[in-house]
Design a protein around this ligand. Structure first.
Ligand code: HSE
Length: 436
């Protein structure tokens, strides 16, 4: 049968993996897709690299715009990344009637609404399994496998770099700065690690999952984003003493008043499976009303794991290429005219539990003052430990866990606690999720 022709934009790590896996598993993939999937042209600025990877097995160019205009190309695979030229290329490909497969979470989280609207008006598919959690088929699961469910919440470890750093900080008792340097030396963290360590990459992926789970537009600008760069090793140790691990979680929840959309370091019970996801691995926990909790685990990055997701999309697009657009699975799981305008809640309205660490003078009445402030805000304490002060030390740390409360109540309590003269530094506040 006539092959479907793919134009590959970018043959770096993921592009190289896509070429390799598609070549290695060609027969098996053809049996599944119903016709051969053939990369007929590769565009990359580094032609020597492209030649090296493909061994001259297809046409090469350094002009990506010629690929999206090429009448022989049926599917454009965008693996360039970023919001710049990648956006122009994707929109041009759509305008020229080509289906698009992309791994670009930043592009979709920020410009997805525009891109999907353009795709709908041209009747083409935009597939993006590789944009979230690399090789884990979480988009397929949310969009199709769980389609019977009213999804209640998602909590994911969706950034491998930060999970690696947190695992090392816990294992070795080291500071964030020390582990980051080591991670950079080993190639786990980028030279500029901002997107990963400040939670931006995780927020991109969370934004996409939230849209598919709840049938809402992409709203990256409404996400609350906190990374791990200010996390102290001591808090990881205290959390452990209380039976919790700290993970950078992307959390999105459906509440009566709106949607929670937040990325931050989070205490989770050490006995949960997801708390034991270590190193650079990813995992996503989804709570649906019918199925209950389901957990998806695997590699969130890397050449062949991400290629696995890219090729799954290529197979899907190949199978559906001849179907009427209205008979295809909707891009964002819900029919476009059924996308709901549910607000994303401001952080002040988010409801969760908290971990507080207070550096205080070790003298009578201090705890009474603090618990009075919490009681005034109707915050209930769940657990508490106090560090044994060293010989002659006049200060100590009090660590408290609260029951569920609203963020605005904790903000109010922290502001009052920090005004007490016996409180000697800013209160450390982390959020806690039972994920039960
Ligand atoms: N930089 C990401 C991570 C992988 O550390 O998980 C690509 O999304």
């Amino acid at each position: 049968m006539k092959p479907i022709n793919v134009g590959l934009l970018g043959i770096g790590t993921v592009g190289g993996g896509t070429w390799t896996v598609l070549t290695r598993n060609q027969q098996e993939i053809t049996r599944r897709a119903g016709r051969p999937i053939q990369i007929s042209v590769v565009a990359d600025k580094n032609l020597a690299l492209a030649r090296n990877v493909t061994g001259g097995g297809c046409r090469l160019t350094d002009d990506a715009f010629s690929v999206v205009a090429d009448p022989h190309v049926d599917i454009v695979v965008e693996l360039i990344g970023g919001y710049g030229v990648a956006k122009d290329l994707v929109l041009k490909a759509i305008e020229n009637g080509k289906h698009v497969v992309t791994a670009n979470k930043a592009l979709l989280a920020v410009h997805g609404n525009e891109i999907f609207a353009a795709a709908r008006s041209k009747g083409v598919m935009v597939a993006f399994e590789a944009a979230v959690a690399g090789g884990i088929p979480i988009i397929k699961a949310l969009r199709e496998g769980l389609t019977a469910n009213r999804i209640q919440w998602i909590a994911g470890i969706i950034n491998g770099t930060t999970n690696f750093i947190l695992s090392e900080m816990r294992d070795k008792g080291l500071s964030f700065e020390t582990v980051l340097k080591e991670a950079q030396r080993l190639g786990y963290a980028e030279a500029d690690p901002t997107f990963d360590v400040e939670g931006i990459d995780a927020a991109h992926k969370l934004t996409i999952m939230s849209a598919i789970a709840f049938g809402i537009p992409m709203q990256f600008d409404k996400a609350h984003i906190e990374g791990i760069s200010r996390l102290e090793a001591e808090d990881i140790k205290y959390a452990e003493q209380l039976g919790y691990r700290i993970k950078l979680l992307g959390i999105t929840k459906r509440k009566t008043e709106g949607i929670e959309l937040r990325v931050h370091p989070t205490l989770i019970p050490a006995r949960r499976l997801i708390a034991n996801v270590e190193g650079a691995m990813n995992a996503v926990l989804v709570q649906g009303d019918a199925v209950g909790a389901t957990l998806y685990y695997g590699k969130g990055a890397g050449a062949e794991p991400t290629a696995s997701a890219v090729i799954a999309d290529l197979v899907d697009v190949t199978r559906m290429a001849t179907a009427d657009p209205e008979n295809r699975v909707p891009h964002l799981a819900f029919q476009p005219n059924a996308v709901a305008d549910i607000p994303v809640l401001p952080m002040a309205e988010v409801e969760t539990s908290y971990y507080l660490r207070l550096r205080v003078e070790d003298k009578p009445g201090v705890l009474a003052d603090i618990t009075r402030i919490l009681a005034d805000q109707q915050i209930s304490i769940d657990a508490m430990i106090q560090r044994e002060p060293a010989e002659g030390e006049m200060q100590t740390d009090i660590i408290m866990l609260t029951h569920l409360t609203r963020e605005k109540r904790i903000d109010g309590a922290i502001a009052s606690i920090e005004k007490l003269s016996v409180v000697r530094r800013k209160v450390i506040r982390l959020r806690l999720e039972e994920l039960g």
